[in-house]
Write a protein that binds this ligand. Structure first.
Ligand code: ATP
Ligand code: MG
Ligand code: MG
Ligand code: MG
Length: 475
């Protein structure tokens, strides 16, 4: 059997459906009714109120493939993208949920059966971690499943206590990792689970034993009925099943990289040279899904995270020698790969392409000059024997050339420098003060006129992202 990414998603949902779970569609990336959350970042988000006992559903077991974005906010993997083989800003989280129904025993049993029987993963390569004092989970792994003690590790809060945010449902968790082999060993003295953070010990599945609700003061109250929330990265498990060393080499992402290879006329390498390709492949997925879900590039909040992601990819395109707007051209590739699972991206693709194109064109007006100025700034710092790009200069790139701070950081890093982030923030604050003093009432925020115009051209029905509820999109 061939484990295509699309098939793995389907196998997962079908497996849990057979175990009495209702297949529920992914919720929007823009969480509705949850101001504590920037973007959906886990499968459980849409069930938060169900876990808290505020909401009743006609089922007590659910399974989903949830669109997640971890950029900005509490979980932020933006900087990690392209450096590790396993992190994305946008990814799909496969999950099974029990709302006060089954608990640890069945959660562990299901996960093990899915991985070793449906996916046929080798048992002797799998490891389990449990929270320090979770003897119950330890015993289940050892006695019920038969995992040898030396492959069950007890880890602390950072790895094995899951919380959705500073407040909300939380609890100890148990994770399943797979040893991807000695050849991926990192350079840390001790390359081992819990000691290093490399791609050898690939974390694939997190089983959260949701037992508490944490309030603003950090007080944890037991939930009415303990529940289960699990999350497994589709791209990660697919990389294991396709026996490739990186998420970027799976059939979910490699075609995007292949398309970028064509665009720039260069060959992709898996090492550091391939970094810009990986960033672009990752970021176009985020952009496509975020815009589909109603986020538009802007200067604040979600809109600014989107703008940062898009502009970062555009600059990396330029690093690869692509000298024109190109990100919008990749949208159909994403649609081809994922449109069956997420029909929304197919339906909205014209709109998504237009938004991306406009934003790219706009950024191109200042990109070349900005890159030239940045190169001069970097050269000057180096000439003077320094290793930090002053915050004021990063702010000039931001303010005059539209370079989000990430870009200054990327450029600095490419030249062995860092950016004085505090200095940047100070310059930003000073600018805000000046703007506040000079502010006049305007109808739209900066930049919004453009989108208003576009929406008018396309007609109001095209854009339905904002009002969307969880149940509307179909997996
Ligand atoms: P890691 O330690 O690798 O950063 P995590 O512990 O932050 O992962 P969880 O919050 O436990 O991740 O999320 C559950 C699962 O979702 C992970 O086990 C992994 O398979 C997947 N996952 C998490 N973050 C990402 C990401 N940025 N890109 C792709 N998959 C991810
Ligand atoms: Mg993480
Ligand atoms: Mg982890
Ligand atoms: Mg984890």
């Amino acid at each position: 059997m061939e484990f295509t990414g699309n098939r793995v998603r389907q196998l997962f949902l079908e497996y849990f459906e057979q175990k009495g779970h209702t297949i529920v569609a992914s919720s929007s990336l823009v969480p509705h009714n949850d101001p504590t959350l920037l973007f959906s970042n886990a499968g459980m988000n849409q069930f938060k109120d169900v876990f808290l006992g505020f909401e009743k559903r006609p089922y007590v077991r659910a399974t989903t493939s949830q669109k997640c974005v971890r950029a900005g906010g509490k979980h932020n993997d933006l900087d990690t993208v392209g450096r590790t083989a396993r992190h994305h800003t946008f990814f799909e989280m496969l999950g099974n949920f029990s709302f006060g129904d089954y608990f640890k025993k069945d959660a562990i049993r299901f996960a093990w059966e899915f991985l070793t029987e449906v996916c046929q993963l080798p048992k002797d390569k799998l490891y389990a971690t449990v929270y320090l004092d979770d003897d119950e989970a330890f015993a289940l792994w050892r006695d019920m499943i038969g995992v040898p003690e030396e492959r069950i590790l007890r880890l602390g809060e950072k790895d094995n206590f899951w919380a959705m945010g500073d407040t909300g449902p939380c609890g100890p968790c148990s994770e399943i990792l797979i040893d991807r082999g000695e050849h991926l060993r990192c350079k840390a003295d001790e390359c081992a689970i819990g000691k290093c953070d490399c791609d050898r010990w690939l974390e694939i599945w997190n089983l959260v034993f949701m037992q508490y609700n944490r309030d603003e003061n950090g007080v944890m109250t037991p939930l009415p009925r303990p529940s289960i929330d699990t999350g497994m990265g589709l791209e990660r498990v697919t990389s294991v099943l396709q026996n490739v060393g990186s998420n970027y080499d799976t059939d979910l992402m490699r075609p995007i990289i292949a398309f970028v290879e064509q665009l720039c006329g260069q060959v992709y390498h898996r090492d550091d040279r391939g970094f810009p390709f990986r960033v672009i492949a990752d970021h176009i997925r985020s952009c496509t899904f975020l815009i589909t879900d109603g986020v538009l590039p802007g200067n604040e909040g979600r809109g600014y995270v989107l703008r940062r992601i898009l502009r970062r990819a555009v600059r990396f395109g330029k690093v690869l020698g692509i000298d024109k707007p190109f990100m919008h051209e990749i949208v159909p590739v994403v649609v081809e790969l994922m449109g069956a699972a997420y029909p929304d991206i197919r339906e909205k693709q014209d709109f998504v392409r237009k938004v991306i194109k406009i934003e790219e064109e706009r950024f191109h007006e200042t990109l070349t000059d900005g890159m030239r100025i940045a190169a001069d700034m970097v050269a000057k710092v180096k000439q003077e024997g320094g290793n930090v790009l002053p915050g004021k200069q990063a702010f000039t790139l931001y303010d005059t050339y539209g370079f989000p701070l990430d870009l200054a950081e990327d450029i600095a890093e490419e030249n062995g420098l860092t950016v004085d982030k505090d200095g940047f923030q100070q310059a930003m604050e000073a600018q805000r003060e000046r703007a506040r003093a000079a502010r006049q009432d305007t109808v739209y925020g900066a930049g919004m006129e453009l989108w208003a115009e576009l929406l008018q051209q396309l007609g109001p029905t095209v854009f339905t992202g904002y009002g969307k509820t969880a149940g509307e999109s179909v997996v």
